[in-house]
Design a protein. Structure first.
Length: 133
């Protein structure tokens, strides 16, 4: 598990998949989570008025994928994404660099997605393994 946690923490970006307003899968590149609780909960930042947030409010089922290109391995999580607007979590995960995207951490277009994994599959050496979370 430390091997997988290290893979997650070392990436600059991850990939969030969700079901769009037309019922099709859609994937977006996201900045790596600002916070995580084990391999079960991940907190990502995004724009409140984005299409992905609107889609997740309708259907919270989502996938989160982390990929280590150099070692050709990855982990795919399936779960749900909750849109958080609580100021305390927004303050907790805010970074100074966010000023390039938002006016400040009180910007109404700044929100946090809490992804909660229900299952995971690890890919390495051309094989895959289910991970117990």
């Amino acid at each position: 598990m430390n091997n997988i946690a290290s893979l997650v923490d070392r990436q600059d970006v991850c990939f969030l998949s969700f079901i769009d307003e037309n019922g099709f899968p859609s994937t977006r590149t996201m900045l790596n989570p600002r916070k995580r609780n084990g391999l079960k909960e991940f907190y990502l930042t995004t724009n409140t008025k984005s299409k992905k947030v609107q889609a997740l409010l309708t259907n919270p089922k989502a996938g989160l994928y982390f990929y280590d290109r150099a070692l050709y391995r990855g982990i795919a999580f399936a779960g749900t994404a909750e849109v958080l607007r609580d100021q305390s979590i927004k303050d907790e995960v805010w970074r100074d660099m966010d000023i390039i995207f938002y006016e400040n951490n009180y910007d109404p277009d700044y929100c946090v997605l809490k992804f909660t994994a229900v299952s995971a599959r690890f890919y390495q050496n051309y094989t895959s393994t289910d991970i117990v979370l």
